[in-house]
Design a binder for this molecule. Sequence first.
Ligand SMILES: Cc1cc2nc3c(=O)[nH]c(=O)nc-3n(C[C@H](O)[C@H](O)[C@H](O)COP(=O)(O)OP(=O)(O)OC[C@H]3O[C@@H](n4cnc5c(N)ncnc54)[C@H](O)[C@@H]3O)c2cc1C
Ligand code: SF4
Ligand code: SF4
Length: 435
Amino acid sequence: MAENKMTFDALVVGGGIAGLQAALDLADQEFKVAIVERDASIGGKMIRLSKVFPTLDCASCITTPKMASAAHHENITIFTYCEMKRLQKLAGGFSASIQQKPRFVDELKCIGCRQCEYECPVYVADPEQGGFSARKAIFVPFSNAIPQVAVLDVENCMLCGKCEKVCPTKAVDYLQQPKDFSIEAKTVILATGIGITPLENKVQYGEGKIPNVITALQMERLLAPHGPYNRVLRPADGMEPDSIAYIQCAGSRDKSMGVPYCSRVCCMYAIKQAMLLSGALPLADVTIYYMDIRAFGKGYEQFYQNAKAMGIQFVKAKVARLTEGENGAVTVHYESQEADGGVTSAEHDLVVLSLGMVPDWNPAGYCEVSTASDGFIRSVKPKLAPTLTDTEGIFVAGAAAGPKDIVDSIAEAGAAAMSAAEYLTVLNSRRRAVA
Ligand SMILES: Cc1cc2nc3c(=O)[nH]c(=O)nc-3n(C[C@H](O)[C@H](O)[C@H](O)COP(=O)(O)OP(=O)(O)OC[C@H]3O[C@@H](n4cnc5c(N)ncnc54)[C@H](O)[C@@H]3O)c2cc1C
Ligand code: SF4
Ligand code: SF4
């Protein structure tokens, strides 16, 4: 990364499953592609999941080969820990101003040996494991992260110097500064994905202060093969839960949270997790409180019916609030919408919130692409060409255009790559005609 300006055919912003797929499809057609990813590793949400509905395939077994293919592809260059500060339209292309955050580790020297991590005396909660286990102040993000390069967490480092001393390649650099560079590309694909509605925004559900109320993303980590405990335990006291409840639409279809729309995938991931819990904790009761189940994709309704047949309880209800009960239990106060109706409550050992999905990135101030009323990137032809934005040459892929499952994200990424390839072919032939 010595040069300040680099030139590619396509720039893909976001290295989740949609960005990776779009980049691979373009690179296989001999286009030169740059992927810019904000995190220290590519992989997006999918690399953090346990298994995926409706097949229950291992998520990292699907994501890791895609990540590795992108990393080893001769036509793809990956820039991690990088933020796009500005995207400007030029004659016949775009210029993106990128800032790479300091890792305080030289990316070119680090060999991912983790000696620094083993030696570091500081332990902090690891967000990659839902905050349930600890990591060091210098760390390689996770075992299959790409790139395998350490990052120093400057907020928690006490500058003891141990990592610098032990590093065999002298990669630790406490004085590293942010690096600015620009990427010029003829076309851009925005694959910036989804974020989760903050738990703190829901007063009725305890604002994240009730110890045994967790998010579905945290449950993904509890269920993952390399999770924080290697089994499902309650975070507050390490007890194996006998009764687990899911609260659906906890932050979707809720104007008070600013998320009036359905987040589409939460019903399915809650059912998936409930099934996995039935395997991990065969004696536990699992209850899903829902307003209505949206099992929209191929095979999804059967998946839902299978969950019912496995004994997972589905309670049609509106959950009003959650309170802390005795011995770490959580009381769910709800209005039943079953035939018998009424306002009632039930106690569970652990409660999982199926939080809503919001855009992970707002283009306002960064580039001239508009968003729809839900805040996601606006598709100008949602039915006929869903990857077209209102700026010619910029396409959108995956959940950046609205909440989506993996199948739809990958399909849309393929469509965005096709549209970008077509755009590049026309642009190149016009240039040849002028020359
Ligand atoms: C708890 C949970 C469970 C799920 N389970 C399933 C399941 O079982 N099956 C299924 O089909 N779907 C599931 N999903 C949905 C699935 O996660 C999404 O379909 C998928 O992640 C969408 O991929 P994406 O690449 O569009 O977005 P993301 O995975 O969100 O990736 C976007 C990437 O872009 C990066 N980025 C964002 N902004 C910028 C920027 N400005 N500059 C650079 N990089 C940026 C982000 O860091 C991220 O790496 C689940 C979702 C959740 C929350
Ligand atoms: S200098 Fe900081 S990161 Fe390095 S070992 Fe000491 S505390 Fe850990
Ligand atoms: S910074 Fe040094 S010690 Fe740490 S992983 Fe990289 S090469 Fe190994």
